[in-house]
Design a protein around this ligand. Structure first.
Ligand code: 6GU
Length: 252
């Protein structure tokens, strides 16, 4: 997969050199390019923003550097993918975007080329997104209902969520199957986990986990998932498929 990120703070993306994502890059599974938006400014002060039309607080990112940056990214990516018609799926982090979910991470992991436009200030002039949408898919995405100063932290989160789903990035592909929000858990939260020692500072791990009885362990985990989801994320319970509820589930 190729990923391009355009930002006025390219150093903010340096954690993408580390850990599993860094390894995925080094091994060629992930071809990641971070670009400085200011390289596409033409004035002496390398200006990227201006006052909002219609008035109001803050500043808005000007369309010209963004249009030039996105055109250059398209051109460079087509060259490296050796597909003259290829276009990236453009993701625009914004608190006004659609919520980013594990389902979206799985969809994005199937794509060949993603590009991220990191806005700062009050956001990017909307015409940039309108023009880009004539070239290829554009999706504004949000991490949740709170406000960050810019899209960079969201890109770190989204790239990590997507890259770990790429074949060969995680050591054990099973671990993406059972985790919280994965399709296999029915969209429920994961049960609590324990390791040795079986008793630590007077606290014992649940006996069932030491029983060696796989069906009982699975039933216990299912019950814990339901309880935890009801307590922390009752909004997720509506995702449980009624047809898949067992008698044991009903008793929880
Ligand atoms: Cl993706 N961007 C910004 N600026 N703020 C956010 C966000 C994204 N998601 C939640 N808050």
């Amino acid at each position: 997969m190729r990923i391009d990120v355009v930002s006025i703070f390219p150093e903010y993306l340096s954690p993408l050199d580390l850990s599993l994502i860094g390894k995925a890059r080094a091994s060629g599974l992930l071809d990641l390019h971070v670009h400085d938006l200011r390289s596409w400014t033409t004035d002496r002060h390398r200006t990227v923003d201006d006052a909002p039309l219609g008035g109001g607080a803050g500043m808005v990112m000007r369309p010209e550097p963004w249009a030039a940056a996105l055109a250059a990214v398209r051109k460079a990516g087509r060259g490296s993918l050796e597909e003259p018609e290829a276009v990236p799926h453009l993701l625009v982090p914004s608190p006004a975007g659609a919520p980013f979910t594990q389902a979206m991470a799985h969809e994005l992991a199937d794509e060949a080329w993603l590009a991220f436009a990191c806005g700062r200030y009050e956001g990017i002039d909307e015409r940039v997104l309108d023009a880009a949408a004539e070239q290829g898919p554009v999706t504004p995405v949000s991490l949740g209902d709170y406000v960050l100063n810019g899209g960079e932290v969201a890109v770190l989160a989204i790239v990590e969520a997507v890259a770990r789903l790429l074949p060969g990035v995680l050591g054990n592909p099973e671990s993406v199957v059972e985790e919280s929000h994965a399709p296999a858990t029915g969209g429920l939260l994961e049960a609590p986990v324990y390791t040795r020692p079986a008793t630590w500072e007077g606290r014992s791990a649940p006996d069932v986990l030491l029983s060696g009885h796989h069906a009982k362990v699975a039933a216990w985990r299912r019950e814990q998932s339901l309880r935890r989801t009801a307590a922390r994320r009752p909004d997720l319970l509506s995702r449980v498929d009624a047809a898949q509820l067992t008698r044991a589930d009903m008793a929880v």
